[in-house]
Design a protein around this ligand. Structure first.
Ligand code: CU
Ligand code: CU
Length: 446
């Protein structure tokens, strides 16, 4: 026998010994740790692209039900075809059934042993099916798969929307210098929920940096020794390798500097460009640089600064405790939180809302860090009167815009004429992000 045949034979023997090979169905028996000493337990699931649906018992009718099993159990999964599409039941490194609904295969069965504790993710391994077809296999006492307790709920990383330096004004080009500190901060993300943000200068978004076109700017990027990670900075306004990222990879305890000439007018984003780049951005490392024209910007009465990013966490939004970052959800571009300025609903809270008076003009800088999700930026109760997006400051390129698609990795300026009193609401008009995931802000005109 070839090795392959021997292996197959062995698998079949084990499957037969486990009693799982019934009715001509194939099965795998794969052991997680020691041989099962606990009870035998069986679940039936029907496979639909919208999710696994429980059949019988406690899970009957539930979509992607929690499968709760005792420690060291021998678990049998019976998978029924549901919608005629091929599906399987997979737990990484443990079990995978045959595909159902393929070549008339109406069901598939697999038996496997579990260890004494833990939570595993089951899913359909057909490409594209994971997002809707996944659930938890909860083993032993760990039925409460809960996060660590929240910490530092008295701290936040909210960038106050009026935390903006003065406009450059009317001056000639000169040498300017900025020190930016990469701070890793555990703080409040939502009521009862904490998260470890990575920031520029301790708040999200990073500081608004203002230079005049033609300035020779020097950036000192300081990564404190208390950091755990290397950070860097990539300015989209900079005509240099990596927008500066090639010169600023700063390990904990290092400061890296570089200089550039501000060649292009307009509003640009900057972000950390250290691996894994999207993770650094999602955790808060993005900000805005405004390259202002000779002669200065038009005078306005108020200026504000808002940034949007999305965060991918292990547990759904609303979970009390400390949220860990979730790489897998990030790969799926399926965030649990979409936020303005570093916290759920940050800009609705008294001291962080945008406060203006009637008959004034407002300039709003808006940055989308992403890393993956476009903002459909909208003002409920008004319009964006003049939009400067991917352009210099000489003229707006949109007037009275209702909703503007601001792509990840871009920033812009908007002028708003306040002609009435009352409440204006800043939203991402992909509205579940606002009403369910946290991207909400208020502007009050008195
Ligand atoms: Cu599937
Ligand atoms: Cu970073």
């Amino acid at each position: 026998m070839s090795n392959q045949t021997q292996t197959l034979g062995l698998l079949l023997l084990i499957a037969l010994a486990s009693g799982a090979l019934a009715g001509g169905m194939t099965a795998f028996f794969m052991n997680q740790g020691s041989s099962p000493s606990g009870p035998e337990i069986e679940f039936t699931l029907q496979a639909f692209i919208s999710g696994f649906v429980g059949v019988g018992g406690d899970i009957d009718g539930k979509t992607n039900p929690d499968l709760v099993v005792p420690a060291n159990a021998k678990v049998t999964i019976k998978l029924l075809a549901g919608d005629g599409m091929p599906h399987d039941f997979t737990i990484d490194d443990l079990v995978q059934t045959d595909l159902v609904a393929l070549s008339g295969n109406e069901e598939a069965t697999a038996t496997f042993a579990v260890g004494d504790e833990g939570t595993l993710i089951y899913y359909c391994s057909v490409p594209g099916h994971y997002t809707s077809m996944n659930g938890k296999l909860i083993i032993g006492e760990s039925t409460a798969d809960s996060p660590d307790p929240a910490v530092n709920l008295d701290k936040n990383v909210i960038r106050k929307p009026n935390d903006i330096p003065a406009p450059v004004g009317n001056r000639s080009a000169t040498n300017v210098e900025f020190t930016i500190i990469t701070e890793e901060v555990t703080a409040k993300l939502d009521d009862g929920t904490s998260f470890t943000f990575w920031t520029f200068n301790g708040a999200v978004p990073g500081p608004l940096i203002r230079v005049r076109v033609g300035d020779n700017a020097t950036i000192h990027l300081k990564n404190p020794s208390t950091s755990e990670h290397t950070h860097s900075i990539d300015f989209h306004a900079v005509n240099k390798d990596g927008g500066g990222a090639a010169f600023t990879q700063a390990k904990p305890g290092e400061t890296k500097s570089f200089s550039f000439i501000a060649e292009w007018e307009g509003v640009f984003i900057y972000h950390c460009a250290s691996p894994h780049v999207p993770t650094h951005i999602s955790k808060g490392m993005y900000g805005t640089i405004s390259v202002e024209p000779a002669g200065g910007l038009l005078d306005v009465d108020y200026e504000f600064y808002v940034g949007q990013n999305e965060i991918y966490t292990k547990y759904p939004k609303g979970t009390q405790g400390h949220q860990e970052f979730d790489d897998r959800k990030q790969l799926e571009e399926n965030p649990d939180y979409v936020i303005f300025n570093g916290m759920v609903n940050a800009l609705t809270l008294g001291e962080y809302s945008l406060n203006v008076t009637i008959n004034s003009t407002v300039r709003l800088f808006f940055a989308v860090g992403g890393p993956n999700i476009i903002s459909n930026f909208h003002l409920i109760g008004g319009v964006w009167n003049r939009v400067y997006y991917e352009t210099d400051w000489s003229a707006p390129n949109m007037y009275n815009a209702e909703t503007i698609a601001v792509v990840p990795g871009s920033a812009l300026a908007i002028e708003i004429d306040i002609t009435r009193t009352g409440k204006f609401i800043l939203v991402d008009h992909a509205l579940t992000r606002t009403f369910d995931k946290g991207a909400l802000g208020f502007m009050y005109a008195t």
